[in-house]
Design a binder for this molecule. Sequence first.
Ligand SMILES: Cc1ncc(COP(=O)(O)O)c(C=O)c1O
Length: 377
Amino acid sequence: MQAPINRRNWLKYSSLAAIGLGVRVPTMGNEEGVLKSYGAASGLVNLSSNENPYGIAPLAKEAIMNLLGEANRYQYNIASLQTLKKEIADLHKVDVKQVLLTPGSGEALGLLPRHFSKGNLVTAFPTFGILPTTAKKMGTKVIEVPLTADKKHDLGAMLAAINSETALVYVCNPANPSSTMLKPDALKSFCIEASKKAVVVIDEAYIDFLEAPDNESMVGLIDKNPNIIVVNTFSKVHAMAGLRVGFVIGNPTYIKALEDNYFARAQFGMSVLSMTAAQASMKDKAHQKMSIAKNEIARTYGYNELKKLGINCIPSYTNFLFFPLGNYAGNFAEDMLKKNIFLRSDTYYGEKWARASVGTLEEMQQFISVMKETWKG
Ligand SMILES: Cc1ncc(COP(=O)(O)O)c(C=O)c1O
């Protein structure tokens, strides 16, 4: 049996490097010790995973309560859930045959490099880790293109890195961990060019934090450019990280092939309570608006306060902040965790960086007050 884990020896446990920055953090299992030391009850401010701190939509809660009595059923035996794919398809103006549901988009990001594995992968570094990490585990060559000085994807360099052996290209927009975004026109041109040579996956997990016209999805390109695939999630603006609902939009041939590789039409990975929550959450526009508005207030506060400390935080278009640690001596994330602030830090090309999720305004105030004690400039 595993020994109980407390906050002090958390850092000895397994790495979540695959899903973000590389600081060693605990597996979030059911270990009693983790649960005891985790969450607001212990005073821990968890800014580690870009979760939405405002909770799931009231309509989603109600939908879960209403469906609890049917949780003994598989999803394919509940008529009302059969329209979820169609509702997602309608929202994104595509055909239902173009949608694959997965339990969280992380599942899709693991599936795609397994499916499109005959050739190399071109992606940015740093970027969100699941897809490139899975590709590496498959033995796929991963060509990592550094971000530009202002921490955006270097689309020109990425295009130049694609060669006749490239099977897959991955772009996360807005980007994790760097929090930057690409203008739709630039990304569209890139997608069109790159998709002539390889399958291009655009991860739009944070797109709902963008304002119009920057929030234009690449889904609109799929019709004419069938090598483009878009991945999205209910974990961020919809606050459903623990419920695990993600989806892939692509051309019907790819979606059918992916589906055949993944429980076929049974959508066996999907939980009935999560599916009903997703249906309801799409209707709860007020809750989405509230999350976005509060995120912006807390983000602006955090950004401005970091700037006042002399930290050159990258302007964020997401629900997290990415900032350089300069000559900070020691392990920043470990030092912050000792003060009850749970965030990530890592070193890229010899430079130290940190990523802190945007929590509630109160959580950001706690974070900043600890930063004032910790940061020596
Ligand atoms: C860019 C990006 N894509 C995908 C995911 C995975 O989200 P989920 O598996 O919860 O849908 C995350 C999670 O933080 C993310 O940051």
